[in-house]
Design a protein. Structure first.
Ligand SMILES: Cc1ncc(COP(=O)(O)O)c(C=O)c1O
Length: 387
């Protein structure tokens, strides 16, 4: 039975073949550390890491490639921002669609005197931006917002939120886990102070890669999450003040970063907007195919019904059928891999009206095909109409 992978919101698969090749080549031939080794292989690897920073800086319209900080995933990046920026007495705004990568560190920080408010979201996952300004308090310091929901794909109006933040003197941090590599993000155009990204989803890199791009000057307001050796300023026991070293202690995930570089290069070779157009075309096909099942009351869609303002992520419930059972049958009988449950985003499910039971999530990626969509629809037909 062929494997039909429709869980790209969790991690993208497959990747362009050159991603794994770069990891393999580094592991078998590179084999060095950077900022530490005084020999050519180390210099060559350093050059490629620099190039990866540059590709990321260009992708997000960042200020400078030194402002690109590598972490092991967006969760670490968000922890760095939340724990490094907020102090007792600070208040921050988030949306009611956030992933636990934002909510758990934030709730943890409430134990240290930090407060937060949620900007409400509608049942389709969209942000009630008109309610945002009334939630701003004198001690509000930042807004942290997912760019698109990992549950249902609804895209947030980052440009408008950025404008409000700029006007009200708030820092604006974007969780780009679901959109980096798929939707355009401009730190300049969207008035963003920090973009947190993960390397293994839309950027098509290996797991264990991710990072942050910081606006100039933000590093002075941010305490490092970790400290240690950087290969620079080895004479001192103080954390270096300059970027990226201030936030990059310890050895980097070099195999991962070189793989990520290949994912970025592959994306750069695609016509502008092509990956999004491909994912939305598949989403449209899927939504159209679901319509008869929905009309028969066998499927209930969560989130947006059309293609406007969304990514290639679709969440649905199967009234009358145990969703875990449906997911199990999709996999075991048809090879179709999806994710059921609450998707690390309880608040999002509350907004969408799918709490506490959750939903089944189908997520399309750069390499998903029409045949994958048709197979998923055919399998749902059998499972939902069957005895
Ligand atoms: C919106 C959002 N934020 C954060 C994360 C966490 O990503 P990672 O596990 O790569 O840190 C995810 C992953 O599903 C996500 O969808």
């Amino acid at each position: 039975m062929p494997r039909i992978y429709l869980d790209n919101a969790a991690t993208s698969f497959p990747k362009p073949p050159q991603v794994a090749r770069a990891v393999f080549e580094f592991m078998t031939q590179g084999g060095c550390n950077i900022n530490r080794g005084g020999y050519q292989t180390a210099y060559d690897t350093e050059e490629q890491v620099f190039d990866t920073r540059q590709l990321l800086c260009d992708l997000f319209d960042g200020p400078d490639c030194k402002n690109v900080i590598f972490t092991k995933n967006v969760t670490e990046s968000l922890n760095l921002l939340i724990k490094g920026f907020l102090h007792p007495g600070d208040h921050v705004l988030v949306s009611a669609m956030e992933h636990n990568a934002v909510m758990r560190p934030l709730v943890q920080m409430t134990g240290h005197g930090v407060e937060f408010s949620r900007i409400p979201c509608r049942a389709d996952g969209s942000l009630c931006i008109e309610q945002m300004e009334e939630l701003i308090r004198p001690n509000t310091r930042a807004v942290i917002l997912t760019h698109a929901s990992n549950v249902c794909g609804t895209v947030m109006p980052i440009r408008q939120v950025g404008e409000i933040c700029r006007r009200r003197g708030l820092r604006f941090f974007v969780d780009a886990a679901q959109t980096a590599g798929v939707l355009p993000i401009s730190m300049i155009g969207d008035l963003i102070d920090a973009v947190a990204f993960t390397g293994h989803k839309g950027l098509l890199g290996p797991q264990g890669t991710g990072g942050l791009v910081l606006a100039d000057g933000l590093e002075k307001e941010l305490d490092p999450l970790l400290s240690g050796g950087t290969g620079s300023l080895s004479h001192t026991e103080e954390i270096p003040a300059f970027l990226p070293d201030r936030f990059e202690p310890g050895t980097l995930n070099l195999p991962g970063i070189l793989g990520l570089r290949q994912g970025l290069l592959w994306l750069g070779e695609q016509p502008e907007g092509a990956v999004l157009a491909h994912e939305l075309a598949l989403t449209g096909r899927f939504l159209q195919g679901l319509a008869p099942l929905e009309a028969a009351g066998l499927v209930r869609l969560a989130g947006k019904r059309g293609l406007e303002g969304r990514t290639g992520v679709v969440a649905l419930q199967t009234p009358g059928r145990e969703m875990a059972q449906v997911t199990y049958r999709l996999d075991s009988e048809f090879g179709i891999q999806t994710r059921v449950g609450l998707h690390c985003a309880p608040s999002a499910h509350k907004s969408l009206g799918t709490w506490p039971e959750g939903a089944i999530r189908f997520s399309f990626g750069a390499f998903s095909t029409e045949a994958d969509v048709d197979a998923a629809l055919a399998a749902l037909e059998v499972i939902l109409h069957g005895a």
